[in-house]
Design a protein around this ligand. Structure first.
Ligand code: ATP
Length: 554
């Protein structure tokens, strides 16, 4: 077996990397180092250099806290605790403290042999795996013997890796670049393999062997989540896409990547932490599916077809209650909106349209639910879907390009999110009309007005946002309040107050206020308000003016 490289070499390189501000120089230095390592060492070095003692998604944590390290430094160096505190105040970094303190190492070991990076990793692994009674003292003993054998710079990096505070400026992107450079592989190829591998160590390993093309997406290696770009209004979304797109509810829960391999299932959070133990019923449902897979979706507290407050999930995530209690207090559903891998087939770069078909087939009958989705093509349709989403208790919409690939770790415009409404206006119904199509027999279109200086001024007409039964009772009320019936249209005594959401305000000569709400939708009937309490034309004008400021800022 080849001897692994010494930790002293890695420490020296990391010191040099830290000493320079230049990104190029950092990349250059690290790549020169990686180039001469074996594949096994390259994997370890790349991971350790980013401050990780285990692959991403691994459950192995070294579980050594600040106070243990602090005590050991005092003990080994013979430096009084007070002096250690002073060093910490000076450096603000426990790694630096370790280096300084160990310069006056009191205890020494008999073996002067240098520590290799493989040995360091093995010690970290043993620490992570030691569980249960007596485990904290055995972790402490392992760390003690490691620090006793370390030179001051080595001790510094041992501590830095344990605390995850590298401060070398080596962000993942630069390590990726260094790997590309070390083994003369095009950057794009390295970047793609990194997305699939989900771990910098595996990436370095594959690159060193010249086998990046063999890197595949594999369950239990969490992947970066695709993110959404916020947009301000349905019009902005429609103007951007200019084609039919998918609109899904924006569920308010926790983002979850569900991995299945053989009979086992694991759930990763947005921070790529393993949260499987918080949601055993989701894992159970997933385990009933035959194929292996990687899914993306949202775990939502949910009962009787309705979302519950998001806060209920916090207790489950922290596992405050036992599972039975948790499931009773905060039952959940996993709404799945994407599939990245099915069996051995990587689906992430297929168009969403195709992925959705595969997804529906994969989860059918499992108890996992597909996210609800409709196709929308205009600002008005988006506004209506938004109103429905809000009325059902969801946060808004996520709108997706059906032709887009799943872009791991990217916040792009293939997914956009719509959250809050611009504002709402309380207005009173002054006229109404019968609807069309399935609303032909009911009065479903309402013209509403705000208060101007000399009386009520109309500002819009809304025909969405109410349920069928609300429209039914509204029809009866309006008939009784009718002042004059013009056949299909009637003027109405101003009594019924509506809270109206909208997309934006425009100047308009269609209404006597001189303004029109764009894409108005009824948020609720405000029977708790009288016509005296409706909003004024002044408020409308002030919203109109503030929008102009916002547009100008953009
Ligand atoms: P936010 O605070 O708005 O949830 P975020 O920064 O956590 O934003 P973004 O990607 O910007 O994440 O917004 C989309 C988020 O909405 C996702 O992270 C996900 O948790 C959630 N979400 C809910 N429903 C969906 C859906 N149907 N498709 C995609 N994401 C959804």
């Amino acid at each position: 077996m080849n001897e692994s490289a010494p930790l002293s070499g890695l420490a020296k390189v990391l010191d040099e990397v830290r000493a320079t501000q230049s990104k190029n120089a950092k990349v250059e230095r690290l790549s020169a180092y990686l180039r001469n390592l074996s594949a096994d060492d390259a994997a370890l070095a790349a991971r350790l250099a980013t401050g990780r003692s285990s692959p991403r998604g691994s459950r192995d944590e070294t579980q050594v806290g600040y106070s243990t390290i602090w005590q050991l430094l005092t003990e080994i160096s013979g430096t009084p605790a007070k002096a250690i505190s002073e060093l910490y105040l000076r450096y603000g970094d426990l790694g630096e403290v370790a280096q300084e303190a160990l310069k006056s190492k009191r205890e020494t070991t008999l073996f002067g042999e240098s520590i290799t990076i493989a040995e360091l990793q093995k010690t970290f692994d043993t620490m992570a795996r030691s569980k249960g009674k007596g485990s904290s003292s055995s972790r402490r003993a392992l760390l003690k013997s490691l620090l006793l054998r370390s030179s001051p710079p080595e001790a510094k990096y041992v501590v830095k890796i344990l605390t995850g505070e590298m401060r070398t400026g080596l962000v993942q992107g630069l390590v990726e670049e260094a790997i590309a450079k070390a083994y003369a592989i095009p950057k794009e190829e390295v970047a793609r393999a990194h997305l699939l591998a989900g771990d910098i160590g595996l990436l370095a390993y594959g690159a060193r062997l010249g086998e990046l093309s063999k890197v595949t997406m594999t369950p239990f290696r969490p992947l970066n989540f695709m993110l959404a770009e916020p947009m301000a209004s349905p019009t902005e979304v429609a103007d951007y896409f200019k084609k039919p797109i998918f609109a899904e509810y924006k569920y308010d829960g926790v983002r979850a990547q569900l991995h299945k391999l053989g009979g086992k299932v694991r759930i990763f959070s947005r921070r790529l932490e393993d949260v499987s133990e918080s949601f055993p019923e989701v894992s159970r449902a997933a385990a009933s599916i035959e194929n292996d897979f990687i899914l993306d979706g949202e775990i939502v507290p949910f009962r009787d077809g309705k979302p519950l407050p998001f806060q209920l999930l916090q207790r489950r995530l922290r596992r405050i209650e036992n599972f039975e209690e948790a499931a009773r207090n905060a039952p959940v559903e996993y709404f799945v909106f994407d599939i990245l891998l099915l069996g051995a087939e990587e689906l992430f770069d297929r168009p969403l349209r195709q992925r959705s078909i595969a997804l529906a087939a994969a989860i059918r009958g499992s108890g996992l639910l597909p996210a609800e989705r409709i196709t929308v093509a205009s600002g008005e349709e988006i506004a209506r879907a938004f109103a429905t989403s809000r009325a059902l208790g969801y946060e808004g919409l996520v709108l997706k390009d059906p032709e887009s690939a799943y872009a791991m770790g990217k916040r792009g415009k293939s997914w956009v999110k719509l959250k809050e409404e611009l504002d709402t206006i309380d207005a009173v119904i002054v006229a109404a009309e019968y609807g069309h199509g399935k609303r032909a027999g009911v009065i479903s279109d309402y013209t509403f007005a705000v208060r101007g200086r000399d009386g009520l001024k109309t500002i819009g007409k809304a025909y969405s946002g109410l349920t069928d039964s609300e429209i039914g009772s509204m029809t009866e009320r309006i008939k009784k309040l009718t002042i004059k019936d013009y056949g299909y249209r009637r003027s109405v005594k101003p009594e019924i107050v509506l809270e109206v959401a909208f997309d934006s305000i425009q100047e308009s000569d269609r209404h006597d206020s001189g303004y029109a709400l764009r894409f108005p939708r009824i948020k609720r009937i405000r029977d708790d308000k009288t016509v005296r309490e409706i909003d004024t034309l002044e408020k409308v004008v002030s919203i109109f003016n503030s929008q102009k400021v916002k547009l100008a800022e953009r």
